[in-house]
Design a protein around this ligand. Structure first.
Ligand SMILES: Cc1cc2nc3c(=O)[nH]c(=O)nc-3n(C[C@H](O)[C@H](O)[C@H](O)COP(=O)(O)O)c2cc1C
Length: 344
C-alpha cells in the first residue's frame, strides 16, 4: 500500500493535473501525483477502456450519438503511474462517493477527498470547502470510504482541507477527521477566503501534526512551496523531521520539474512537456492551457503558441525554440498560411 509520510507530491489541479503534467512531474522526482478533482456524479457515468494504442487506461463517457467522439474524463498510464497515483474526488454524499470510488479503485493507489475548493461550482453543491462547515458529513464520507473501499481493496483514503479561521476550530476539525480511519491529511495552509497570492499560515502545523501522529495519520503541508530545496529547508525551519510531506501546485503547474534538485529552464520543460503530450494524444486545448503556464508571458513564444490551433502547429513552433529559449526562425508566416488554409 502507498504511504505518504515525508513525500513531495504534485497537487490535485483541475486542467493542469492531466496525464502529461503528472508524467513530467514523476520523471523529475515527484514522489506521488494527484489527479485533478473529478466529481462523483461524472465518474459514475464513465466506462473503463483499455487503450491499446497508447497503453493507457481511459475512463470515458460514451457519446450519445455516433457522430460525436466519447469524452475521456480520466486517463492513466500504469507503466509509470503505478504505485504513485492518488485519485481526487469531489463529493458531498457518502453513498455516491463509494459508488464512484469503486469505478477507479483498481487503477489508482488511493482516493483523496477534496474538502478545500472555494469555487462556487463546488460550494453550492456542498462539496469542496463547504465540507469544512459540515464536518459530520465530511467524516461520514471518509468513514464510508475507509470501510467500503479502503479496507476491501487495501488502498488508503485521504483528505485535503484548508485551515479554518483560528487554531482552535482547525484543531477540533482535525481531531474529528483523524478518527475516520484515513491514512493521510493534506492541509492547504490558507483559509477558504484566502487567495493563492496571500502568504500561507503555517502556525497550526505543529499542533495538527501531534493529532495526526496520535491517530497514525501522515501529514502533508501545502501552500507556496517553490521546489524541492525550498520544501526541505521549510520543513527544517518549521521544526519538523523527515516525516512531514509537501504538496506543490502553482509552481509545479508552471514548471513540473520543480521536484528535481535542479529544475529545468522553461524552454526545456516546454519541450519535454510537448513530447509527452504528443505521445499520449493530449487534448490540444489542454496542451495550449499548459503552454500559457509554462512559457513566460514575456517570451515571444507565448503569443506564438497562443495562435496555434492544432498539434501540428504547436510542434512547428516548438521546433523554433533554440537551446537558450530564443527564436530560430519566426513562424509567423507559417501560422498565417495555416489560418488561410483553414478558411479555404
Ligand atoms: C490550476 C489549479 C487547479 C486546482 N485544482 C484543484 C483541485 O482539483 N483540487 C484541489 O483540492 N485543489 C485544487 N487546486 C488547489 C491546489 O491543489 C493547492 O491547494 C493550492 O493551489 C495551494 O498550493 P500552492 O500554493 O502550491 O499553489 C488547484 C490550484 C490550481 C492553481
Amino acid at each position: 500500500m502507498v504511504t505518504y509520510a515525508g513525500k513531495l507530491v504534485l497537487a490535485p489541479m483541475v486542467r493542469a493535473g492531466e496525464l502529461p503534467t503528472r508524467l513530467l512531474a514523476l520523471k523529475h522526482g515527484a514522489d506521488l501525483v494527484w489527479s485533478p478533482e473529478i466529481v462523483d456524479k461524472k465518474l459514475i457515468q464513465c466506462q473503463k477502456e483499455t487503450n491499446t494504442k497508447l497503453n493507457t487506461i481511459d475512463f470515458v463517457i460514451p457519446s450519445s450519438n455516433d457522430k460525436k467522439p466519447s469524452t475521456v474524463v480520466f486517463r492513466t498510464y500504469p507503466k509509470l503511474e503505478k504505485n504513485k497515483l492518488i485519485f481526487q474526488m469531489g463529493t458531498s454524499d457518502p453513498t455516491l462517493a463509494v459508488e464512484a470510488a469503486k469505478i477507479v479503485i483498481n487503477e489508482v493507489d488511493g482516493i483523496d477527498i477534496n474538502a478545500g475548493c472555494p469555487k462556487h461550482f463546488s460550494i453550492h453543491s456542498g462539496m469542496g470547502a463547504a465540507l469544512l462547515k459540515t464536518p459530520e458529513k465530511l467524516c461520514s464520507i471518509l468513514s464510508e470510504l475507509v470501510e467500503k473501499v479502503g479496507k476491501p481493496y487495501n488502498k488508503p483514503i485521504s483528505v485535503k482541507i484548508r485551515i479554518l479561521e483560528d487554531e482552535q476550530s482547525t484543531i477540533e476539525l482535525v481531531e474529528k477527521i483523524c478518527q475516520t480511519g484515513i491514512a493521510n491529511l493534506t492541509v492547504h495552509c490558507r483559509t477558504t477566503p484566502m487567495r493563492n497570492r496571500e502568504a500561507p499560515i503555517r502556525d497550526y502545523l505543529q499542533t495538527i501534526n501531534k493529532i495526526c501522529k496520535k491517530n497514525n495519520v501522515s501529514l502533508i503541508m501545502n501552500g507556496a512551496i517553490s521546489n524541492r530545496t525550498h520544501f526541505e529547508n521549510l520543513r527544517q525551519e518549521l521544526g519538523f523531521g523527515n516525516e512531514l510531506g509537501g504538496m506543490i501546485a502553482e509552481n509545479a503547474e508552471s514548471n513540473p520539474s520543480v521536484f528535481n534538485e535542479t529544475p529545468l529552464p522553461w524552454f526545456l520543460t516546454c519541450k519535454e512537456y510537448l513530447s509527452i503530450a504528443e505521445q499520449f494524444d493530449n487534448h490540444v486545448g489542454n496542451t495550449k492551457y499548459m503552454l500559457t503556464r509554462i512559457v513566460p508571458g514575456k517570451s515571444k513564444f507565448f503569443q506564438l503558441f497562443t495562435r496555434c490551433k492544432t498539434s501540428k502547429e504547436i510542434n512547428y513552433v516548438k521546433e523554433q525554440i533554440d537551446d537558450k529559449g530564443e527564436l530560430i526562425n519566426d513562424p509567423t508566416d507559417y501560422l498565417e498560411e495555416c489560418r488561410k488554409e483553414e478558411k479555404n
